[in-house]
Design a protein around this ligand. Structure first.
Ligand code: 2AM
Length: 182
């Protein structure tokens, strides 16, 4: 079985900026920069046959390159005990369109349709027992966070193996959105 997700990778300078948001939140496990990405679609576990179909179907996704910019921070779930701190993104029609095309390609490949709303974000930290006061002050400190826009020209299929402490992500395939070779 393969545990898969489709992502957009972030430029090193953007990850550096995100890394600088870490610190001073009790109970937070901050992600290393090699773990940071924007999940376009979490697929979950699939067998070898569906895996092959997913690999092929993503190769048919076409989209004009577009720009993305990180902006603001928040937490999941929005109500109740926060479990995740994230950086948000400026609204992007290009990203929405890409997400919808990925979704259609995956459904054609035999993946069950996603029922949850797409909430684009980059996970920064996972929280355990963090006092809400500490989450509040993280949000207040970083509410004006912004990073320079970057161009999105590629999509990636990653597998994730659950390790003892953290998941190990492996790039299975990369796809140029304009259909040219990566
Ligand atoms: P994230 O994008 O919110 O950080 C691999 O697990 C990636 O898929 C992670 O980056 C993870 O969260 C994302 N993901 C989205 N939905 C998930 C789910 N239901 N279970 C596990 N990971 C999920």
């Amino acid at each position: 079985m393969y545990r898969l997700f489709v992502s957009i990778e972030l430029p090193a300078d953007v990850k550096d900026m995100l890394s600088r948001l870490s610190g001073d939140v009790p109970g937070a496990r901050w992600l290393e920069s090699d773990e940071m990405h924007l999940t376009v679609r979490f697929i979950g576990e699939v067998d070898g046959l569906v895996y092959e179909d997913v690999l092929a179907a993503l190769g048919d996704v076409r989209a004009a390159p577009f720009e993305l910019a990180l902006r603001g921070v928040g937490h999941f779930p929005p109500r109740g005990e926060p479990r995740i701190l994230w950086a948000g993104l400026e609204r992007s029609d290009g990203l929405r369109l890409l997400h919808d095309r990925v979704e259609s390609a995956l459904v054609r490949a035999g993946v069950e349709a996603e029922r949850r709303k797409f909430s684009p974000h980059v996970t920064l930290a996972r929280l355990k027992g963090t006092p809400s006061r500490a989450v509040g002050s993280f949000l207040a400190r970083n509410g004006l966070f912004r990073a320079d826009p970057f161009a999105v020209r590629e999509l990636h299929l990653f597998s994730s193996s659950l390790g003892a402490k953290r998941a190990v992500h492996r790039c299975e395939a990369s796809y140029a959105l304009d259909g040219g070779g990566p």
